[in-house]
Design a protein around this ligand. Structure first.
Ligand code: AVI
Length: 326
């Protein structure tokens, strides 16, 4: 290993630290840490976003399907809890499909799609603007895990933060709390959150969901190295790495890692690191909550759960929580 920095490493979405302008610093620190890591936000370049869409189609990856079934089954009740005419703010909107499926029920006054992948977002919004001409729409290309100040064009009244897909699970618990606190501050006393949270379940189900038979999740994970090559001019040989995705029950989370299949030197302008055969780079954590802990996290953050919808066959919760008066 060349020039190791004994920093601690997190494979979660972190709130502290660098802004986008310092992305390479964050990457170098992770690559040189004793336990190497790369932040999961680097999974989502254009190809990574498409691979994630493919993951959502896999039979093993239950969260998308389970959540969609909850929305389909309880859509009318969800709309009643949320009320018509809200300002719907879709965090990590991607192709905007989940929010769009709720438009006919929620009838939002304004739809604000927020995503780190700006290009993807604008492509998705164009047809929606035509289909739902009565809804005012905004697309915001920003990394909302880092900073969160909504611009003036976002209506202040009745903000409903829509955070589906259990993306909250990709934050470490303390960062999930800090993130939800920020949402609470941004939504005012008449605001609310509609959030999907994956719940703890059988290890075999979780292992398969993050290490599928087709190898799509493996491609999604390996693509992070391709993205890093592009970002910092590194020379990762993708074929010399192997995907691991498994549930770590003791830590209540699924972990994704990339394992070096041989001793190798990875170089980039101004630096390098030697990896031994079997050495791993930690790329993602996906926390799986107990329902009571999820509700407690929301309450600590300033939201009171008004309704919880679950699927009897597969533990997953969709929660509507109202801002508690500050
Ligand atoms: C986006 N996020 C909620 C996904 C998850 O399940 O943690 C990302 C993912 N990683 C592997 N498969 C899907």
């Amino acid at each position: 290993m060349i020039n190791p920095m004994l920093t601690s490493c997190t494979s979660e979405i972190t709130l502290e630290g660098s802004s986008n302008a310092h992305v390479p610093d964050e990457l170098f620190a992770g690559l040189l840490a004793k336990q190497a890591c790369i932040s999961p936000k680097f999974l989502y370049d254009a190809l990574g976003s498409k691979l994630f869409e493919a993951i959502c189609e896999l039979p093993e990856y239950y969260p998308t399907r389970t959540e969609a079934a909850i929305f389909a089954r309880h859509g009318a009740e969800i709309a009643r809890a949320a009320g018509e005419g809200c300002t719907l703010i879709d965090l990590g909107a991607g192709n905007c499909a989940k929010a769009a499926s709720l438009f006919p029920l929620l009838k939002p006054a304004q739809y604000v799609a927020v995503d780190i992948s700006t290009e993807f977002l604008h492509e998705a919004l164009a047809p929606l603007r035509q289909r739902f001409a009565q809804i005012e729409m905004e697309g915001l290309g920003m990394d909302f895990s880092q900073q969160f100040a909504l611009p003036a064009q976002v209506r202040a009244a009745r903000r409903l933060f829509f955070y589906p897909g259990s993306s909250i699970g990709n934050f470490a618990p303390d960062d999930a709390y800090a993130f939800l606190r920020r949402l609470r501050l941004e939504c005012g006393d008449d605001g609310a959150i509609l959030i999907g949270i994956d719940l703890a379940k059988d290890k075999a189900v979780l292992d398969a969901a993050y290490d599928d038979a087709l190898g799509v999740t493996a491609a999604f994970n390996l693509n992070i190295l391709r993205h890093v090559n592009t970002l910092i001019g590194a020379d990762f040989d993708i074929r010399a790495w192997r995907h691991h995705g498994f549930y770590n029950a003791a830590r209540g989370r699924v972990e994704m890692h990339l394992e070096s299949t041989r001793a190798q030197l990875v170089q980039w302008p101004g630096g390098a690191r030697r990896f031994e055969a079997g050495e791993r780079i930690h790329t993602e954590n996906s926390y799986k909550y107990q329902q009571a802990d999820a509700i407690e996290l929301l309450e600590r953050s300033g939201f009171e759960a008004t309704r919880v919808w679950t699927d009897p066959r597969c533990p997953f919760a969709v929660i509507h929580a109202q801002a508690m008066a500050a």
